[in-house]
Design a protein around this ligand. Structure first.
Ligand code: ACM
Ligand code: ZN
Length: 768
């Protein structure tokens, strides 16, 4: 009887799979997709039908033909009669967007309707995602279905920084191909910055003869590279000729990707100044930068010198002749206004124009450039700092320091593109950091990208029309290879594509995690170095009434979590996580994701958790931690979670301020040891405190100093150091503990940030 029921079940499954249509794994999820019975099979008689008189349509058809040939060896016929047809027709009523399309697949005919060839291109992307992803002997077949599709946002972008590390044309083309596959349509190409000028400008040849090359220090981490010394030969870099750039523009156009070039001004211009020192205020010759070391470097254009404006206009003239985009990006971020304060020309410009602050001087420069750009029938876009000192009248704002700049600009009826660091900086970690390649800090997982909504909650509904869309940014301080680029954008680019294309109510994370498997398989077959980032386990503390637990989470619901607390490497047979794990002593929690009995994680997630008398205590600060380094909240110093050398969520950061923290243990107790963990990371401007003072109190008013522990680590040490400042004591009736860590305040002599604010980082006050 038992056996019989199994046989019946198997038969049912088999027969249903013969008829039921499996939904293809299209990303981004189309707006409407209805499956019906059967397949359209591509064969040697299959023909494309289209208007061959339209050159744009013709090249899209050639693209489709090439792809089908690669996948199957079949050469699709063009406008032939007889066999099965894939018919492409322009229909102005098919969609409310020029990028939308309607796709109707039946057994003998596929009908594609769109307002123009962009819609055809996207219909083709959807069709291609129903095929095998590399050449096999399988028949190419499309399930019968009806699809109606169009994008939610107009600006669906990816930025690529080719200044910090030059990317060859082939890599850029691959980036464009991936963007096109996931229906992203804007490549913001960051072509100039301090460490390299990458675009040939015929009128100023030194920009690429000099500005594109630097002394090779790839053996050192970006932030700890010294300045190049006179006599060293610049050998590392590269640039694109104008012909190469035009070729990429054409390549992108066919794939419905608009390239928005960025020419940074007035800051991030050290490479230009190295080429032509007269562009800066001080006009002193300098070598191209090797990394992030700005010591004695000029990185701004002089805003008081009219020749600089002539230069910038000449450059933009050549840029606009290469790139037909509506938008030209002028940067505008992170301008050090110091040199302008010291410059006679800049100061007299301010006086002559009634400008009260250097921010207004920046606004003057940007507004003047906007006039030039508008006169050339283009529009200007810049990073959100262009709001400071007054926004240029027609400017579009790219909001990167959170969403505030975008909200402010949209409220002023200016167009905006959202690209907040969290979650859209793809140079940040997506997992780990255990087992991950060194990233620029931060933590932006696949699900965080998926859940992003480009319409900020705070923005009134009538201002949403000014949000053009969003983009993710790939800065390349830590990324020097094509494989490195692939790793950071795959698979987060897929989540971005869906969040910018699919209507919010049609998005479904669980369904996305199912569909993405088809794409992972494709990445493997094509040899892309993609991240399995969403397999990382997130370890979080939970404390209540002085007790401590850790909660383990994973974004992919199909995975189970296995963990250890004895320091051993977890396997598929380790303890299965079911509920928060009680922590009674100091342990290392290690956890992996497991599926079908296989460990999926690169490396276990790992966290030191300490149980001590202060866990869960309330912390009062004399100076609040900086907003960007709030760790897990105000009580993160007593959450039992120790920091790691990567700057993830465990650290509280203080910019130049001392850390003065008072914790309330909730009841009087005896203590025998006090400690605080601090970090030194020279390249990130983070230094150990000069000393730490421990005090105790019974009433929270009168404190007794117990000890002062001096720092014995060299402030110039470039190692990543986590140091425990500890003091043995013997005290009873202690209810309050005060810890004062004195900041070194400023970066030391010889440091790239010499004299500027230093950071102090602490992870935990341990009370034993
Ligand atoms: C930026 O990240 N500096 C725009
Ligand atoms: Zn100046």
């Amino acid at each position: 009887m038992k056996q019989l029921s199994i046989i019946v079940l198997t038969t049912l499954c088999l027969s249903s799979s013969l008829f039921a249509q499996q939904k293809p794994s299209i990303i981004p999820q189309p707006v409407r997709m209805e499956m019906s019975e059967g397949f359209f099979q591509v064969d040697k008689q299959t023909s494309l039908k289209f208007n061959a008189a339209d050159p744009q349509v013709k090249s899209v058809m050639q693209y489709f033909t090439n792809r089908v040939k690669e996948l199957s060896g079949i050469a699709l016929l063009q406008n032939a009669g007889g066999g099965k047809q894939i018919r492409f027709s322009i229909d102005k009523n098919s969609s409310s967007s020029s990028e939308g399309y309607v796709l109707d697949v039946q057994k003998n005919v596929i009908d594609v309707k769109a307002e123009d060839s962009k819609g055809f291109f996207y219909a083709i992307q959807s069709l291609l995602q129903t095929f095998p992803q590399v050449r096999t002997n399988a028949i190419l077949q499309v399930p019968c279905m009806h699809v109606e599709d169009e994008p939610r946002f107009k600006w669906r972008g990816m930025m690529l920084d080719v200044s910090r590390h030059f990317a060859p044309i082939e890599t850029v083309k691959e980036y464009i191909d991936l963007m096109a596959m996931y229906k992203l349509n804007t490549l913001h190409w960051h072509l100039t910055d301090d460490p390299g000028w990458r675009i040939e400008i015929k009128k100023y040849p030194k920009l690429t003869q000099v500005g594109a090359w630097r002394v090779d220090q790839n053996d050192k981490i970006w932030g700890s590279r010294p300045q190049a010394k006179p006599g060293e030969t610049p050998t590392y870099g590269g640039f694109y000729t104008q012909d190469e750039l035009k070729e990429v523009v054409k390549y992108a156009q066919l794939r419905n990707v608009t390239i928005v070039p960025e020419i940074e001004m007035p800051g991030h211009s050290a490479a230009a100044v190295a080429s032509y020192p007269w562009l800066s205020c001080k006009q002193i010759p300098q070598l191209p930068m090797t990394g992030g070391n700005y010591t004695n470097m000029a990185s701004n254009y002089c805003a008081g010198n009219d020749s600089v404006f002539t230069f910038l206009q000449d450059v933009l003239k050549e840029v606009m002749a290469i790139f037909p985009s509506t938008y030209i990006h002028v940067g505008g971020d992170e301008v050090d206004k110091g040199p302008w304060k010291q410059c006679a020309k800049c100061q007299s410009r301010m006086k002559a124009n009634g400008l009260k602050t250097e921010e207004e001087l920046q606004s003057y420069l940007i507004t003047r450039m906007e006039k030039f750009i508008n006169k050339n029938h283009r529009r200007m876009i810049g990073w959100d700092e262009i709001l400071e000192g007054g926004l240029a009248p027609e400017a579009t704002v790219m909001s990167w320091r959170g969403e505030a700049g975008g909200i402010e600009a949209a409220k002023m009826n200016h167009n905006v593109v959202m690209t907040p660091g969290t979650p859209l900086y793809f140079d940040h970690y997506q997992a780990g950091p255990e087992g991950e390649p060194l990233a620029f800090g931060g933590f932006n997982t696949l699900k965080m990208v998926y859940d992003y909504n480009a319409y900020p909650k705070e923005l009134p509904a009538d201002k949403q029309q000014f949000v053009l869309g969003a983009q993710a940014n790939l800065w390349t301080e830590m990324i020097s290879t094509r494989a490195g680029i692939e790793y950071m954008v795959l698979p987060r680019m897929l989540a971005l594509g869906e969040t910018l294309w699919t209507p919010a109510e049609k998005k479904n994370w669980i369904d996305f995690t199912q569909r993405i498997k088809y794409h992972y398989r494709g990445f493997e077959l094509k040899g892309y170095n993609y991240s399995k980032g969403n397999f990382a386990v997130d370890i979080n503390p939970v404390s209540k009434d002085g007790k401590l637990w850790v909660e383990l989470k994973i974004e992919d619901p199909e995975l189970e979590i296995r963990y250890t607390t004895d320091g051993s490497f977890p396997t598929a047979n380790s303890l299965k996580y079911e509920a928060p794990v009680s922590i009674n002593s100091s342990v290392v929690v290690k956890a992996v994701a497991v599926k079908y009995g296989r460990v999926m994680s690169n490396q276990p997630a790992e966290q030191i958790v300490v149980m001590h008398k202060g866990v869960g205590s309330n912390v009062q600060y004399a100076f609040k931690p900086a907003n960007s380094y709030m760790a897990a909240g105000m009580n993160s110093l007593t959450d039992g979670i120790r920091g790691k050398s990567a700057l993830n969520k465990s650290w509280h950061g203080f910019e130049s301020n001392d850390l003065i923290a008072t914790i309330d243990l909730g009841k009087s107790t005896s203590i025998h040891k006090l400690s605080i963990g601090c970090l030194q990371q020279y390249g990130s401007w983070i230094f150990l405190p000069s000393d730490v003072v421990f005090e105790v109190s019974t009433d929270g008013v009168n404190f007794t100093k117990v000890s002062v522990v001096k720092n014995d680590v060299d402030v110039n040490s470039r190692e990543n150091i986590i140091k425990e400042f500890s003091s043995k004591i013997n005290a009873d009736n202690v209810r309050y503990v005060r810890v004062t860590a004195h900041s070194v305040k400023t970066c030391p002599a010889g440091h790239p940030g010499e004299g500027k604010n230093a950071w102090l980082f602490a992870d935990e006050i341990v009370v034993e």
